[in-house]
Ligand binder design. Structure first.
Ligand SMILES: NC(=O)c1ccc[n+]([C@@H]2O[C@H](COP(=O)([O-])OP(=O)(O)OC[C@H]3O[C@@H](n4cnc5c(N)ncnc54)[C@H](OP(=O)(O)O)[C@@H]3O)[C@@H](O)[C@H]2O)c1
Length: 216
């Protein structure tokens, strides 16, 4: 397989950083994304700085980026916003929906319009997409919506579209490091990255793969 040109969103740290590093190690050209870069994370990568909490502004930036650069043929939707909330907390609802659903779905649509080649999309979802967390309702719903939207898109897309949905349980990244309710068994970011690479290299995953990942 020719190494893809990949955009990994939210690759300044955590799971995204591990996926970006693994892809680079396997020969891919990686476009890293985040809101801020310290400058030393990935000297060989291209960078895209963009805040996903405003989907219209993010799409305008993405259009401009696509006009000036070669489009990626692998899109890893990893950037995510998590916030504990209740079902009726409007602010948490908006930010989760924007970062976790509206922006990634709209970026995918725009890319498909600009790409005449097959596209692979990896979605880093969560076990909460399958079993909503009552303490993080908007997060769970935003992940679940992206999952369902991707399934619908695949049926409608005019070019070949391969979708890999990954549903991790708790992964030891920054958010958990501060938490007092940390589970005993947790995945490491590299565990998720290794599984994503494994699925990407599997020739039989030609259309859809669904992977639930938990520790232990
Ligand atoms: N950790 C877990 O237990 C776990 C479990 C299941 C699923 N997940 C999912 O896995 C993905 C990565 O999680 P993680 O734990 O690695 O997260 P993390 O360490 O908190 O990193 C989040 C990444 O997303 C970016 N991001 C956050 N808000 C953004 C915004 N408004 N606009 C643009 N980029 C933004 C961050 O970039 P900046 O540099 O701009 O902050 C960062 O690169 C998320 O989608 C998360 O929901 C995580």
């Amino acid at each position: 397989m020719t190494p893809p040109r990949a955009l990994v969103t939210g690759s300044t740290r955590g799971i995204g950083q591990a996926i970006a590093a693994s892809l680079e190690e396997s020969g891919s050209m990686v476009i890293r994304h985040g809101r801020t870069f310290k400058g030393s994370e990935a000297p060989k990568s291209q960078m895209w700085l963009c805040d996903f909490s405003d989907p219209t502004a993010a799409c305008a930036q993405w259009k401009l980026w696509l006009e000036q650069n070669d489009p990626p043929d692998l899109l890893v939707h990893n950037a995510g916003h998590f916030e504990a909330d209740t079902a009726w907390e409007p602010k948490a609802w908006d930010i989760c929906m924007n970062v976790n659903f509206h922006t990634p779905s709209r970026l995918t649509q725009l890319l498909l319009k600009n790409l005449e080649r097959p596209l692979t999309v990896v979605n880093i979802l969560s076990v909460a997409a399958l079993q909503p967390r009552p303490d993080a309702y908007s997060y769970s719903e935003s992940k679940s919506l992206l999952m369902r939207w991707m399934h619908a898109l695949q049926k409608q897309a005019s070019q070949p579209l391969r979708i890999i949905n990954v549903y991790p349980g708790p992964v030891l990244t920054d958010a958990w490091k501060k938490a007092s309710n940390r589970p005993v068994a947790m995945l490491q970011p590299m565990d998720v990255a290794r599984q994503v690479l494994r699925l990407l290299l599997k020739p039989q995953v030609s259309r859809t793969a669904e992977l639930i990942l938990t520790a232990g």
